[in-house]
Design a protein around this ligand. Structure first.
Ligand SMILES: *[C@@H]1O[C@H](CO)[C@@H](O)[C@H](O)[C@H]1NC(C)=O
Ligand SMILES: *[C@@H]1O[C@H](CO)[C@@H](O)[C@H](O)[C@H]1NC(C)=O
Ligand SMILES: *[C@@H]1O[C@H](CO)[C@@H](O)[C@H](O)[C@H]1NC(C)=O
Ligand SMILES: *[C@@H]1O[C@H](CO)[C@@H](O)[C@H](O)[C@H]1NC(C)=O
Ligand SMILES: *[C@@H]1O[C@H](CO)[C@@H](O)[C@H](O)[C@H]1NC(C)=O
Length: 791
């Protein structure tokens, strides 16, 4: 599945203090898809029931083991037996686990949501996820629109209406007025649920439109090959502009004729998806990629049917969607994920002299915690062998002249390197190559002034822009530190990390993070777009007009870490080439939660403290979430069941619950294993062995390295868990994957510690959920039990 995920820091509206700008409205974003009641994730050996598959010898080819296993669990059923192993499957050298990603084919056509992820080690299956279609396939290509199918878009709108009603009841109960409320109270209510009413207006009032358009323009069976009507239908729902909706509907045929299709690319490498390209699609910024596929839709009778869809990759100003729309009129949106929230080795040159930066050093979360100091370019030699300011001439999109003879790496004197391209983006557009970056010249000292003072509100922007050199320097420094840190915990080239050049170490290159400082496309937020491996990720950091002088999100490390972590979790979950696994509901929520958890863990110290997210930028002690992260139930009362409360519709609120649960898990590990002052492992010697110091446990044999302390171990388990969990994981799946990661790494010595910590907030063995909906709703029940062996 090729798609992107844009994830923004918050969903709600942050009030403006000194703002002369219009109040900030939430960026429109769609996210829903069919519920796969038949999907399974099996993370315990005893849960893995087979028809006769037996573990193979430890040195058997893991892909062959996976094939034997797939054929075994599929049985003789020919429908399901067709599949392809995706090219982004890999063996992780740090754990020895091979992550095999499988896509189902029916009649040679991909089932876009028919995924397996199989984790193989030493000839054995550690765990697997499976959402393959198991029903009766259509005789040829499915061309009927059965009235009994439960299309997600409709249910999404019904649920959204119900959520608004729920929140209205809560709001009304706090008012001393009779209901229905007067109009001034209604506008107050609308403001309090601004993002929901906006979504309702723009997505759901057009719900009946698919049927109307189908009536007006009956479609012949042969028209299934023309993706343009389905695409226009999607744009009506996707565009945030009501005038654009009216324009599309008013000039429907004109738009349709303007859209031109260019053919499938015949030179696609073997095993890769082929695409059509559609030009002149309204409200997009690049040609739309399209291909035909199947999707699985549940029916009212409890069965699952395959529906023929057009799959689109739609790049817009503020969204980058992967959408599936039924190919037969009426064209219904079946699923949509928004990315907004991953040669021979030349003899390395000597890295250039390390640069230095005047920055808030790593560990200082924001300017309220410390002052700037001059820090060395302290790159990690494994993660960034050539430092942060060198990249091959051949991989540098900004280099247009002639490459000097015999030179392979280009040294830069700006905030432009192999991992990160950092620059201002005041215009808020997508172009970045020619945007301004500080240039340190041959000194390589990035020392620029930062001393913002209060001003008249209409000068606040000039004040912020006057320290752009310091801002971009900080964003470059923080982002590179994160790159190097995550690399050492397994976010490597093979696992789909972000680098222009991969040093011959596998994975797809050409995808440094484009990091935009003071991005003009918004205020009081930040976001990150994660396309599949091999395409640049894009981070957009905003100014916050919550104080005078403005606060600059680039200086709040927690926000930068949160955003970068979207790239981490999206690339690791479901494989580097599948960016569609964390689109909505619990999985989308965890996509937010991991970022908060990692940001909080990175700033935490040996002396325990509670932490709030984004408190400095938002100029609000309690930060941008409902509660600070805390051990204390009276400070943060979130439990699994909290997800059912009004106001937990969005991924950010769900993520907050997940991050709180992970926070308790990591504190339990710290209590047991102690606290490491640094999260950065020592550099290995040239022969590959790691110096004996206090970071890892002593190494016995060829075992993976085990971080010694609770905080480093929890970062490792959380990141390893991402690789083990299935596409679209639930809280249960992600919990089980973390417990499996511990089994793999330590032989399960923290089994009971982990279960006890998860159960504290309701994620025990007896937790349950009923009636999952396309956007992630359902009825949850806390479970506080732990496995019998732990009591
Ligand atoms: C980059 O810097 C290194 C170390 O100073 C030097 O050896 C190398 O020649 C430089 N590369 C180019 C293309 O100037
Ligand atoms: C920064 O330095 C100034 C001057 O030395 C000092 O007064 C202030 O407390 C420092 N700020 C922080 C957050 O440490
Ligand atoms: C940024 O730094 C450059 C180079 O030192 C300097 O010429 C420029 O004036 C600075 N820009 C701002 C806005 O201070
Ligand atoms: C933690 O507390 C101890 C004892 O008060 C103190 O010595 C130490 O500096 C503190 N550590 C940090 C990182 O604040
Ligand atoms: C690897 O190199 C280090 C430092 O040079 C040395 O102490 C160690 O014994 C070497 N290990 C092996 C297995 O060669």
């Amino acid at each position: 599945m090729r798609c992107l995920l844009i994830a923004s820091l918050l969903a709600g509206i942050v009030g403006s203090v000194s703002g002369h700008r219009a109040p900030v409205t939430a960026r429109k974003s769609l996210g829903f898809g069919p519920v796969h009641a038949h999907a399974v994730y099996r993370s315990n050996p005893y849960q893995i029931v087979t028809n006769g598959f037996v573990p193979q010898s430890p040195d058997a080819d893991p892909f062959e083991v996976a094939r034997l296993f797939i054929n075994d669990i599929l049985g003789p059923n020919q429908v399901q037996a067709s599949y392809r192993i995706r090219p982004d499957s890999y063996t992780d050298p740090s754990t020895g686990v091979t992550h095999v990603y499988v896509r189902q084919l029916v009649q040679g056509i991909e089932v876009a949501d028919g995924n397996m992820n199989i984790n193989v080690k030493d000839g054995k299956i550690l765990s697997y996820g499976n959402s393959f279609f198991a029903g009766t396939p259509p005789s040829l290509i499915a061309l009927t629109d059965s009235p009994t199918l439960r299309y997600p878009h409709r249910e999404y709108c019904e649920d959204l209406t119900a959520e608004l009603e729920k929140q209205y009841t809560v709001f009304a109960s706090t008012q001393n007025e009779q209901t229905p409320l007067g109009s001034h109270k209604m506008s107050e209510f609308d403001a309090s649920v601004g993002h929901l009413t906006h979504m309702h207006y723009s997505n759901c009032q057009f719900d009946g439109l698919a049927d109307e358009m189908a009536l007006e323009r009956p479609q012949a069976v042969g028209d299934v090959g023309d993706m343009r009507p389905a695409l226009l239908q999607f744009m009506v729902a996707a565009t945030p502009k009501s005038e654009m909706v009216n324009d599309i509907l008013g000039k429907y045929n004109e738009h349709l004729e303007k859209m031109t299709i260019s053919g499938i690319n015949h030179f696609t490498p073997e095993g890769e998806q082929t695409y059509f390209f559609v030009d002149n699609v309204p409200d997009t910024v690049n040609p739309v990629k399209a291909n035909i596929a199947y999707m699985q839709i549940p029916s009212e009778h409890g069965s699952v049917e395959l529906v023929t869809v057009w799959k689109f990759e739609v790049e817009m100003e503020d969204n980058w969607y992967e959408a599936a729309v039924s190919a037969i009129a009426p064209h219904r949106i079946v699923s949509v994920v928004d990315w907004a929230s991953d040669a021979p080795i030349p003899v390395p040159d000597t890295p250039k002299e390390p640069a230095s930066y005047n920055v808030f050093a790593w560990g200082i979360n924001d300017p309220s915690e410390g002052n700037r100091t001059v820090e060395k370019e302290n790159f990690d030699g494994l993660a960034s062998p050539m430092g942060w300011h060198s990249l091959p001439f051949a991989n540098d999109p900004s280099f247009k002249s002639v490459k000097p003879n015999n030179a392979f790496y280009r040294n830069t004197s700006t905030t432009f390197g192999n991992n990160v391209f950092a620059q201002e983006n005041w215009e808020g557009q997508n172009a970045y190559l020619n945007n301004y970056r500080p240039d340190a010249g041959s000194s390589a000292v990035y020392d620029f002034k930062y001393n913002p003072q209060a001003s008249d509100s209409d000068e606040a922007m000039d004040v912020a822009q006057s320290y752009i050199n310091a801002t971009v320097t900080q964003l470059f420094y923080t982002s590179n530190m994160i790159h190097d840190l995550y690399y050492r915990y397994g976010f490597t080239e093979l696992a789909g990390n972000f680098q222009q050049y991969n040093f011959g170490r596998g994975g797809r290159e050409g995808d440094a993070v484009i990091a935009n400082a003071q991005d003009g496309s918004g205020f009081n937020n930040a976001n990150f777009m994660t396309p599949p491996d091999g395409t640049n990720g894009r981070m957009r950091m905003y100014l916050w007009n919550t104080a005078n002088p403005y606060r600059d999100g680039d200086f709040e490390a927690g926000i930068v870490i949160h955003e970068y972590s979207h790239g981490l979790s999206t690339r690791l979950t479901g494989g580097p080439l599948n960016s569609g696994c964390l689109g909505w509901g619990e999985s989308g929520g965890m996509g937010e939660g991991w970022g908060d958890f990692l940001a909080t863990t990175i700033r935490s110290t040996e002396n325990y403290s509670d932490y709030a997210m984004g408190a400095w930028a938002a100029n609000r002690a309690k930060g941008i979430r409902n509660y600070p992260y805390s051990l204390d139930e009276t400070v943060n009362p979130s439990t699994y069941q909290t997800l059912d409360k009004p106001g937990y519709w969005g991924v950010h609120a769900i993520g907050e619950v997940w991050a709180q649960i992970l926070w308790l898990v990591s504190q339990a590990l710290i209590e047991k294993h102690g606290f490491s002052q640094t999260l950065y492992p020592p550099m290995p010697f040239e022969n590959g062995t790691v110096p004996a110091n206090d970071f890892y446990r002593p190494v016995v044999g060829k075992k993976p390295l085990v971080p010694k302390h609770g905080n480093t171990l929890s970062v490792q388990l959380v990141i390893s868990g991402m690789k083990l969990q299935p596409c679209q994981p639930s809280f249960f799946d992600a919990r089980d994957a973390i417990i499996l990661a511990d089994e793999e790494l330590t032989g399960g010595e923290n089994f009971c510690t982990l279960w006890k910590a998860f159960s504290l907030r309701g994620l025990g063995t007896d937790a349950s959920v009923q009636g999952r909906t396309p956007w992630g709703g359902g009825i949850r029940i806390n479970g506080f039990a732990t496995p019998a062996t732990c009591t």
